[in-house]
Design a protein around this ligand. Structure first.
Ligand SMILES: Nc1ncnc2c1ncn2[C@@H]1O[C@H](COP(=O)(O)OP(=O)(O)OP(=O)(O)O)[C@@H](O)[C@H]1O
Ligand SMILES: Nc1ccn([C@H]2C[C@H](O)[C@@H](COP(=O)(O)O)O2)c(=O)n1
Length: 671
């Protein structure tokens, strides 16, 4: 997951390959609650690992459920309708799918068994209405108090003064959020143990019916057969008891699929994009996004658990759609509208106003930011594509879906934007709510023109701080990092281990061409050995300097370095990054510091690692190394003509990083 302040998504052109979706958030949190209320164990496979499921898991554990994780599966031992823990303070973040059902379940349990519970979340959660659900629960005798503003969390739930009653005439509003009805359906089987059935009538037209359909299907998997009269009346039979299905697999998230369906609908490539984890047989309402995408021009095939999508008509056909039944995926349609020939109108989206943010306002502001003309009403949005695209830094309002759907704006070239523009996603970490690795998944299937993938190079002499600066800058931008010195050092280490003479150019080049080198989160691997420490030995640095003077060795190591040039961008450090390997780099820094400073820094670096060193001989060695690196015939270490010269002798690491980031920012369209 990207945890940077922003992520610049370069102009994207095509998509191909396979993307595997994370589990559905809506199914995951429903199943977790049902498993928590059951007796015995339920093993849930494919559960979404995200902020929203994490708060639900923590709440269940706090309430006395046993939660065991093993790989992708989670085993829940439920409380079996009892209430082993009678007091708890539950923080539920911004997870509506945890707040609403837990409110209902705890209110009913506390009414039956007694107890005291506090449910709260982040600031936005305290602005999301829950009054209609609380009213429905109070009407059957539950004790729920608002801690602050009436109608909103935080809530305090306590024992019911006179038990539960009026179960045969429960009323709930259905036209604001279907989650209130879902919460009652999930929790009220607990109230039927005394022999009464529970009857719920819905006031107003029920929105998001497919989500309620999903609730009913999942209840059935857990042994609760709800009788339904249209979408207005629901009856939970007397003495209903949750029965664990023992094992259950969570479908991939259909709303998450919408971003990839959308990408494949507009991207070039010719190949279909395969999406695994959710298919045309899905129980999720947002699978209807497929119909909307088809209506706009996408070609979509699918079966059980898979979809294949390719571009059909482009520009897309504008769409005029009532989105009551697919409120989440409809946000993706709003961005796809940028690629349509004419104005698209999405109606029935009043519920957007009370989601993670006011989504109608947020979408309108951000679509306008990149050049679209947008009109809104209380429950609709109309989008006319940009006459001229603008590079936008998209505010995401702590809303995962805003972040994910606006990534599609990076395909602006497919809408004819010239030049094609990158899109900056502010606070990309918000995707952690439902799809922590969303951007990694996107970059895994999307391709950009090489010139569009940004590179920042940092060259300079030994111990000038290139590596330190490069890794800090890469971390701040969310870019890949190439330590090209480590590539030459690995070749030197391999040569030293194989006993190859440092002057035997053909043998060295042959060895370099066969180098089995892997850089990973788990270290640097040469063959089967982790060699991170060995590469940093001074002797290996010196040998690297010598063998790197051979043209054939340099050529043999070129592809390893070029392979780092991947989405979303690269920071590369070395000697010839800006001059030879990445001459098109957008920013080339040549970093220097006085020899005295560099020797001092290297000395301190070695001593801190417990390696003894002599500062004078270190200085002599690094000066000799610099002289060799600067005077060799191929790729000598020298600044590119367009390099930014930075002497950091008197700068802190943080100051150097800020200076380079400022220079980088000035070279982006977001400057
Ligand atoms: N601006 C700075 N001020 C003070 N110390 C610094 C600065 N930049 C880097 N250093 C320190 O200098 C030491 C050497 O830095 P680093 O290893 O990044 O250099 P390098 O140029 O990558 O070296 P090499 O060429 O050997 O790979 C590190 O201990 C680092 O913390
Ligand atoms: N792009 C590069 C990177 C490194 N080298 C050579 C020259 C250096 O002395 C040696 C070790 O590099 P370091 O880890 O100290 O940055 O490798 C090169 O020729 N070209």
């Amino acid at each position: 997951m990207y945890t940077t302040r922003f992520l610049d998504v370069p102009p994207l052109d095509s998509v191909a390959g396979t993307v595997r979706l994370p589990g559905s958030k809506s199914i995951s949190n429903r199943v977790l609650l049902l498993a928590g209320l059951c007796e015995g164990e339920t093993v849930i496979d494919g559960l979404l690992a995200s902020d929203d499921t994490e708060v639900m898991l923590q709440a269940l554990a706090a309430l006395g459920c046993t939660v065991e994780r093993s790989g992708e599966a989670v085993c829940i031992r439920g409380i079996g309708g009892e209430l082993p823990v009678r007091e708890a303070d539950l923080f539920l973040g911004n997870a509506g799918t945890a707040m609403r059902p837990l409110t209902a379940a705890l209110a009913v349990l506390a009414a039956v068994h007694g107890g005291a519970f506090r449910l709260h979340g982040v600031a936005r959660m305290h602005e999301r209405p829950i009054g209609d659900l609380v009213d429905a629960l109070r009407a059957i005798g539950c004790r729920i108090d608002y801690e602050a503003a009436p109608g909103y969390p935080p809530l305090r739930i306590g024992a019911a003064p006179s038990g539960l009653h009026a179960l045969d005439a429960i009323r709930v509003r259905g036209d604001v959020s279907s989650q209130f009805l879902t919460a009652l359906l999930l929790a009220l089987p607990l109230a039927t143990a005394g022999g009464s059935s529970a009857r719920i009538s819905v006031d107003g037209e029920l929105i998001s019916k497919p989500y309620v359909g999903m609730t009913l299907q999942l209840l059935e998997r857990f042994g609760i057969a709800v009788e339904r009269d249209g979408w207005q009346r629901f009856t939970i039979p007397a003495n209903s008891q949750y029965r664990s299905p023992r094992t259950l697999r969570v479908e991939g998230d259909a709303s998450s699929a919408s971003y990839f369906i959308g990408a494949a609908a507009i991207a070039a490539g010719g190949q279909p994009l395969r999406i695994e984890g959710v298919g045309l047989d899905s129980m999720q309402g947002d699978i209807r996004f497929v119909d909307a995408a088809r209506a706009m021009g996408a070609q979509v095939d699918g079966g059980a658990g898979w979809l294949e999508v390719r571009r059909g008509t482009l520009p897309l056909r504008p769409i005029d759609l009532d989105c009551k039944h697919l409120p989440d995926a409809a946000m993706t349609l709003a961005v796809l509208a940028l690629f349509a020939e004419g104005t698209s109108r999405l109606t029935g989206i009043a519920s957007w106003r009370v989601k993670e943010t006011d989504r109608i306002a947020a979408m309108a502001t951000e679509l306008r930011r990149i050049g679209a003309a947008v009109e809104t009403t209380d429950d609709s949005i109309a989008i006319t594509p940009p006459a001229e695209w603008r590079a936008g830094a998209i505010k995401t309002y702590d809303d995962h879906r805003v972040a994910m759907c606006f990534a599609l704006a990076a395909f602006s070239r497919c809408a004819g934007a010239a030049p094609a523009l990158p899109v900056r996603i502010l606070d990309p970490r918000c995707v952690g709510k439902t799809f922590p690795d969303f951007f990694e998944a996107l970059f895994g299937v999307a391709a950009a023109r090489p010139d569009d993938i940004p590179v920042l190079t940092i060259d300079g002499p030994t111990a000038s701080g290139k590596g330190t600066l490069a890794s800090a800058v890469a971390a701040r931008l969310g870019y890949h990092l190439l330590d090209s010195g480590a590539v030459y050092r690995a070749a030197a280490l391999a040569a030293s281990r194989a006993g190859v003479d440092r002057d035997d150019e053909p043998a060295l080049a042959d060895l370099a061409a066969r180098l089995d080198l892997r850089f990973g989160a788990d270290g640097v691997w040469l063959g089967g050995d982790e060699v991170g420490e060995s590469l940093r030995l001074e002797a290996i640095g010196s040998l690297a300097s010598r063998i790197s003077a051979w043209p054939r060795v340099r050529r043999a190591l070129l592809d390893i370095q070029l392979a780092f040039h991947r989405l979303p961008g690269l920071v590369a450090d070395g000697r010839d990054m800006g001059t030879v390997v990445f001459p098109v780099a957008r920013l080339k820094v040549f970093l220097t510091a006085s020899a005295a400073q560099r020797a001092e820094r290297r000395y301190r670096q070695l001593i801190s690692r417990g390696i003894s060193a002599n500062i004078d001989s270190l200085r002599a060695d690094l000066e000799a190394r610099d002289a060799r690196d600067q005077s060799r015939s191929v790729s000598p270490s020298r600044p590119a003509p367009d390099a930014l010269l930075l002497d950091n002798s008197a700068l802190s690491i943080e100051d150097s990083v800020e200076q380079v980031l400022a220079a980088w920012q000035a070279r982006t369209p977001f400057g």
